[in-house]
Design a protein around this ligand. Structure first.
Ligand code: AP5
Length: 224
């Protein structure tokens, strides 16, 4: 099953994608993670996108579509793909439909995670991540079980993203409302959209996603 997790910054897309990877043997394709890896490794593309990401703006369609194309062509999965943070523009959405068709696949469902803006500020300002395994934490809602030790891999290397502050979140939110939220109507018109309440607990949101996937499993794939 191939799915998109759609929602504003901090909606919980990455958190839920990681659960689905464990539960359903799916592959998470996060363009944000790919871009952060590129800038860390200092590639030409990484250097090019660094300033854009630091400003909270969207990287060009050409770059992110290229990243997704590479992954779709070279990755094998039995559980399907979770698109996390992609697509973010109508051009990216069109490209995704074409790329999936090229590899003989299609999109099954788009899950919109609805969260109000005040909650996003709280979520983003408390987020930190394990620099070794990528597990995502929150100061209040998902603290470490033991101080300075990742629950998942035992590392003590934690990072806070440079764009995780209230000022940049507002810029990222504006980008979301201007360029990404039109995808809600786009996928609704294609009969692929399901909206869940992203404000519940992490377990509650995971349950809502599970229900959507169960009903989609039953219904079979819908053409993209
Ligand atoms: P990206 O990395 O994709 O960031 P984002 O979309 O802004 O989303 P986030 O990763 O910030 O949030 P999330 O929804 O994954 O939330 P999370 O699960 O971590 O993009 C970064 C930048 O890269 C962009 O600004 C852009 O420049 C560029 N970019 C990326 N993709 C692009 C594209 N396709 N096109 C162009 N440019 C692109 O959760 C947040 C926090 O809340 C965590 O601390 C978590 O523990 C906590 N939390 C999660 N769920 C809950 C819950 N239910 N209750 C309480 N707390 C919760």
């Amino acid at each position: 099953m191939n799915i998109i997790l759609l929602g504003p910054p901090g909606a919980g897309k990455g958190t839920q994608a990681r659960r689905l990877v464990e539960e359903r043997d799916m592959v998470q394709l996060s363009t944000g993670d790919m871009l952060r890896a590129a800038r860390k490794s200092g590639t030409e593309m990484g250097n090019k996108v660094a300033a854009i990401m630091d400003a909270g703006a969207l990287v060009t369609d050409e770059i992110v579509i290229g990243l997704i194309e590479e992954q779709l062509t070279n990755t094998r999965t039995t559980g399907g793909f979770i698109f996390d943070g992609f697509p973010r523009t109508l051009a990216q959405a069109d490209a995704l439909g074409d790329l999936l068709a090229q590899v003989g696949q299609r999109l099954d469902v788009v899950i919109e995670m609805a969260v109000d803006d005040d909650a996003l500020v709280q979520r983003i300002s408390g987020r930190f991540t394990c620099g070794d395994c990528g597990e995502v934490y929150h100061d209040d809602t998902k603290p470490l079980k033991s101080p300075d030790v990742c629950d998942k891999c035992g590392a003590s290397n934690f990072v806070r993203r440079a764009d995780d502050n209230e000022e940049l979140l507002r810029v990222r939110l504006l980008e979301y409302y201007k360029k990404t939220s039109p995808l809600i109507g786009y996928y609704y018109a294609k009969g692929l959209l399901r909206t869940i309440d992203g404000l519940g607990s992490m377990d509650g949101v995971a349950g809502a996603i599970r229900e959507v996937l169960a009903s989609t499993d039953g219904a079979g794939s819908i053409a993209s």
